[in-house]
Design a protein around this ligand. Structure first.
Ligand code: EPU
Length: 405
């Protein structure tokens, strides 16, 4: 398994909290990570990528501006905000703008950082933040759709160097947040409660550099488990963690796909046909929104009718029309998709609208009769290091007709 994209992005930003170099191991080689390295360089850090190891020398980092050209390509760039405010007391971050998976407000980031004493003004499309002094506070981060992963990360990073004690309530519990907190702790931060909805942070005066290994990517593992479920077979995923995938494993069992935990690995033994299962996406430990599209591909060829409801991103359904082009029978009702299982999908040219949808279409193409051509692979390359290679190892007949940029 590759390292988790959504863990390494904020952890790279966190390296800016120290003056000393840090080495991050097990970083996936995906384009979002390359972009985050570019953002750190833009801010003045020296960043060396050698395979899955990234070394950041933050001592020359005096920049405070995350420019529009970079932020508009990746929402996660907003996680430089917390470190910049904590370390440089100023940050200019382009307003993130819209996103293909629906509206992505930043009110919780704003609320959290304001609680710690930062303030901002909007100037020419940028949020210009100031924080002469950050002070610990009680911060409640519950929003209209529950907790927020990157808002929790931003507050955590700012609080690590703030004066006094911060309590984050309604904190996100995702494993990637725990990984960031563990990395910060290894840098000398004082954090307890990560992985629960209440995190306590006792600010320290400075953090040191770290050598830190990123957790494995649960969404990549989940995508491969669903792939095996779609075409049948016996697959073992080394490094995949059941404790990060309980909600998926539970739903796969309902679809009659057995996943067993073996030491350090997950093994799936799938036979066709699979059964329909209703799914609601929720913050961790609920079913992850980042596996909703892939699960919809599986449900489209499972027996019966399933209802997939999005409670994290109610607009994240761009893949429905592409799956229907392949013969799926899916209708949308507000924040739900009603999927009537069909006996088979039929290969077609399709276009990936976003990262997780691109994986769903690759999986659907693998299960479909005849050939499917998926375009828009720049989305896939944002978050999957080598999905086509992994699927080929599992026996899929899949190849890229255009090289990665
Ligand atoms: N939200 C607000 N206000 C905020 C922030 C978020 O209302 O200030 C809402 C969002 O609109 C959404 C919900 O809260 O409805 C949850 O969003 P969250 O902030 O948790 O998302 P994020 O932190 O921006 C991360 C992942 C996403 C993943 C979500 C949910 C990274 C880099 N990105 O985004 O990953 O879908 O958490 O788990 O960690 C992906 O990898 O494909 C991806 C989109």
């Amino acid at each position: 398994m590759s390292g988790a994209k959504n863990a390494v992005l904020p952890i790279l930003a966190a390296t800016l909290l120290s003056d000393e170099p840090s080495v991050i191991e097990n970083a996936p080689q995906v384009s979002d990570v390359a972009l985050m390295c570019d953002i750190l360089r833009e801010l003045g850090a020296k960043v060396i990528q050698a395979g899955e190891e990234i070394t950041v020398h933050p001592d020359g980092c005096r920049g405070t501006r995350a420019p529009y050209e970079l932020v508009s390509r990746m929402r996660a760039s907003i996680c430089v905000l917390g470190p910049l405010l904590a370390k440089q007391h100023r940050a200019e971050v382009s307003m993130p703008g819209g996103c293909v998976i629906g509206p992505r407000p930043i009110d919780l980031h704003v609320k959290g950082l304001q609680c710690l004493g930062a303030s901002y003004a909007i100037e020419h499309g940028y949020m210009v933040w100031q924080a002469p002094r950050l002070a610990g506070a009680r911060v409640h981060l519950g929003g209209a759709y529950g907790s927020s992963v990157l808002a929790t990360d931003n507050v955590l990073m700012a609080a690590a160097l703030a004066e006094g004690i911060t309590t984050i309530e309604h904190a996100a519990c995702e494993p990637e947040v725990v990984d960031l907190a563990d990395c910060l702790s290894a840098m000398g931060a004082r954090i307890t409660g990560q992985g629960t909805p209440v995190i306590h942070v006792e600010g320290v005066r400075q953090l040191h550099g770290v050598r830190y290994r990123i957790i494995s990517d649960r969404i990549e593992a989940g995508t491969l488990l669903i792939a095996a479920a779609m075409v049948g077979g016996d697959v073992t995923l080394e490094g995949a963690r059941a404790d990060h995938l309980e909600a998926l494993i539970d739903k796969l069992a309902e679809a009659s796909v057995r996943v067993e935990q073996t030491p350090g690995a997950l093994r799936v033994r799938a036979t066709q046909p699979t059964q329909a299962a209703d799914i609601t996406t929720l913050p961790f430990p609920g079913f992850p929104t980042d596996l909703q599209a892939q699960m919809m591909a599986l449900m489209s060829i499972s027996r019966g009718v399933s209802v997939l409801t999005e409670k994290v991103y109610p607009e994240r359904f761009m893949h429905i029309s592409e799956l229907n082009r392949m013969g799926a029978h899916i209708t949308r009702e507000g924040a739900s998709a009603i999927v009537k299982g069909v006996s088979h999908l039929s290969g077609a040219p399709v276009t990936a609208p976003d990262l997780r949808a691109s994986a769903a279409l690759v999986l659907a193409g693998m299960a479909a009769e005849s050939q499917t051509e998926v375009s828009g692979l720049e989305h896939l390359d944002r978050g999957y290091q080598h999905l086509d290679h992994q699927l080929r190892l599992l026996g899929a007949r899949i190849h890229r007709t255009h090289r990665k940029e």
